[in-house]
Design a binder for this molecule. Structure first.
Ligand SMILES: [Zn+2]
Ligand SMILES: [Zn+2]
Length: 93
């Protein structure tokens, strides 16, 4: 290392895996990651960024669990919607 790390401007936070600008911390290990070094996982209340390490360690199983849970919820919502529509049409007549 020959003094490359000293920069005048503060600049944005850097990705843990490469030197690109970090977009946010990993949802699992809090390491800062950029858009290229993370996997977006949809689950629960939003979208999570998982770093490559955590994705390899078992983020996929977590994502799979959330995905099936989401599909389950969507199924229930669709069923409820169908029932509501049926009740509404029956009530009008
Ligand atoms: Zn990166
Ligand atoms: Zn991580």
């Amino acid at each position: 290392m020959s003094g490359v790390l000293q920069t005048a401007e503060p600049g944005p936070e850097r990705c843990t895996f490469c030197s690109a600008e970090a977009v946010g911390p990993c949802a699992s290990c809090r390491a800062l990651v950029c858009g290229d070094c993370c996997t977006l996982t949809e689950g629960g209340a939003g979208t999570w960024a998982i770093c490559l390490d955590c994705d390899r360690k078992g983020g996929r199983s977590l994502a799979g669990a959330w995905r099936s849970f989401g599909a389950f919820l969507v199924g229930i919502l669709v069923l409820l919607a169908v029932v509501v529509v049926l009740l509404a049409t029956m009530g009008d007549r």
